[in-house]
Design a protein around this ligand. Structure first.
Ligand SMILES: [Zn+2]
Length: 197
């Protein structure tokens, strides 16, 4: 991390964060080392994937996202899946509320936080070193929450394929892999909870 006192917010680059050292924004910027960096995404088309998941991770460290009880202005309500060409029309606050905070709330509305974290472990395992799309996030969340597509669509997310048509990375063979990854992921979360790692 490079301490840039005077910088408003932070800036993330692969393995590097520019950030005022005293800011509580540090977990968010560090989380970008996973969400957009290790697991890439089209940041112009799908900003909710990296900003929403970085905000989710930030809340895990800080206990809550920034402005947790803020109301969502009607003009940016239920638009999480919109591209930057849409968000560029709004000020930074509306962009934050519409994408960062609303994606956090959309995820939280699916179910228990620990189960969502488990699904996000799968997201990382499946999509590391690749460019993830909304359907990739949907795939892993659906393993725990069958009505993910409807819930996230209500928040304004866009998905490309119907669930039945979405490729499953190789059918039955993949089922075994998902089960193994789920077991590894569960094991990892158990270890972290116990403070072993
Ligand atoms: Zn961010």
């Amino acid at each position: 991390m490079a301490d840039l006192t005077g910088l408003t917010g932070g800036l993330e680059y692969p393995t590097l964060v520019y950030q005022p050292a005293t800011s509580d924004n540090l977990p968010h910027e560090t989380a970008h080392q996973w969400f957009y960096s290790l697991i890439g995404n089209d940041q112009a088309r799908d900003p909710w994937l990296d900003e929403g998941l970085a905000t989710w991770a930030e809340a895990a460290i800080n206990g809550a996202p920034p402005f947790p009880n803020a109301p969502i202005p009607p003009d940016v309500a239920n638009k999480i899946g919109e591209p930057m060409s849409f968000w560029d029309r709004f000020d930074e606050q509306r962009y934050f509320l519409g994408v960062y905070l609303q994606t956090y709330r959309a995820l939280l509305s699916l179910g228990p936080r620990s189960q969502i974290d488990c699904a996000l472990h799968l997201y990382v395992l499946h999509n590391a070193y690749q460019i993830a799309r909304p359907d990739d996030l949907l795939n892993v969340l659906e393993t725990s929450f069958p009505n993910t597509k409807q819930t996230l669509t209500n928040y304004g997310a866009h998905f490309q394929l119907a669930s039945a048509n979405r490729p499953r990375h190789g059918g039955e063979q993949e089922t075994g892999r998902v089960a193994t990854l789920a077991a590894l992921s569960h094991q990892a979360s158990t270890l972290s909870r116990d403070g072993v790692v």
